[in-house]
Design a protein around this ligand. Structure first.
Ligand code: HPA
Ligand code: ZN
Length: 335
């Protein structure tokens, strides 16, 4: 029962890496089509390799998998498959991360992936009635100068991007490393988000807010180590884009029942549920809602609150936000 309710709730997904939606079936098919060699020969071998001890362990496989993406059509096919799955989980609006440097670093350039994304977005808006946005993330394990060059390469696509984010290996790569890049992104009119406090401590969250101007925090689970920070997040309504199944897969928590999502929600933090890299972490957004509801004994009211938070935390226009809130209110009234 909670299953159908959780999946049916009109919601926004605001923490989703499009490269992380590459299912093993598509990975193996694209590898063959594009003549790319992979460390696994079959879909079963790929799935079996998806056992991670930490974030870096995952990233090593994730970047390797992305190498099969070569043509405009590959990027369109990847994004369309995600948008269809998201739509089936009640997602009415999505803000998708992508990592340009993962592609430009191997010679696949902006015109290729941006054209593929544009095709998939137009199709989803038309066929599924979803609204979609793109957020370009900088790889924090690379130099700030590389991020700045990427920002400049993205300027011709300014209107296709709603914002910028920061992802990849967190430990050793604090937000302060990218202060100038994010100042430039803000000056260019982009909205700001950043992964922080997934593995590293609460000081990375404070740094993302104060140094980068982040409007949302991606993950933010480690905020709980600093009660004053939790109070600040709640008072300022800073959204946390949490990804519970991801956190268990990457061993941030041993099991879902240990997750701090419910405590933070009840402390008044604007918590949302998202899927991060669903092809690698064992579930899309609906699975994240259902598994978390079961493990933490969440009520329908908790789920409604998080769906509402996701719409409020999104970077959509005020008109579209009002439509999404209406849809949510109608769903709740009818159920
Ligand atoms: N954390 C950091 N970088 C990432 C992630 C994540 O969960 N997924 C894809 N890149
Ligand atoms: Zn992420």
């Amino acid at each position: 029962m909670i299953d159908a309710f959780a999946r049916g709730l009109p919601k926004a997904e605001i923490h989703l890496h499009v490269e992380g939606t590459l299912e093993p079936e598509m990975m193996v098919a694209l590898a063959e089509r594009n003549g790319v060699s992979l460390p696994f020969d079959t879909v079963d071998e790929a799935r079996a390799a998806y056992q991670f001890d930490n974030l870096q362990d995952f990233l090593d496989i994730f970047y390797q998998g992305a190498e099969v993406l070569q043509t405009e059509g590959d990027f369109a096919e990847l994004m369309t498959a995600y948008l269809e799955r998201a739509s089936a989980d009640g997602v009415r609006h999505t803000e998708m991360f992508f990592d340009p440097q993962t592609h430009t670093g191997r010679g696949v350039q902006f015109p290729t992936f941006m054209a593929g994304f544009a095709t998939a977005r137009a199709d989803a808006e038309e066929r599924l009635g979803m609204s979609t946005e793109l957020i370009m993330c900088f790889l924090r394990h690379l130099d700030a100068s590389d991020a700045m060059a990427t920002l400049e390469a993205a300027l011709p696509y300014r209107e296709a991007l709603i914002g910028v984010g920061l992802d990849s290996s967190e430990i050793g790569n604090p937000p302060e490393k990218f202060e100038e890049v994010f100042a430039r992104a803000r000056a260019e009119g982009w909205r700001i988000t950043a992964h922080a406090g997934e593995e590293a401590g609460p000081d990375f969250i404070t740094g993302a807010l104060d140094t980068l101007g982040a409007e949302r925090i991606d993950h933010g689970v480690r905020s709980e180590d600093d009660p004053a920070l939790v109070a600040r997040l709640a008072a300022d309504g800073v959204p946390l884009t949490m990804c519970p199944l991801s956190n268990v897969k990457l061993r941030v928590f041993d099991k879902l029942a240990d997750h701090n999502l419910k405590r933070l929600l009840e402390a008044g933090v604007r918590v949302t549920i998202n899927s991060d890299d669903p092809a690698y972490f064992g579930g899309y957004i609906g699975d994240n809602y259902v598994a978390t509801a079961e493990a933490l004994d969440l009520s329908e009211e908790h789920l409604i609150q998080m769906a509402r938070n996701s719409i409020e935390a999104s970077f959509v226009s005020d008109e579209r936000r009002a439509e999404l809130i209406d849809e949510l209110n109608r769903f709740v009234a009818d159920s």
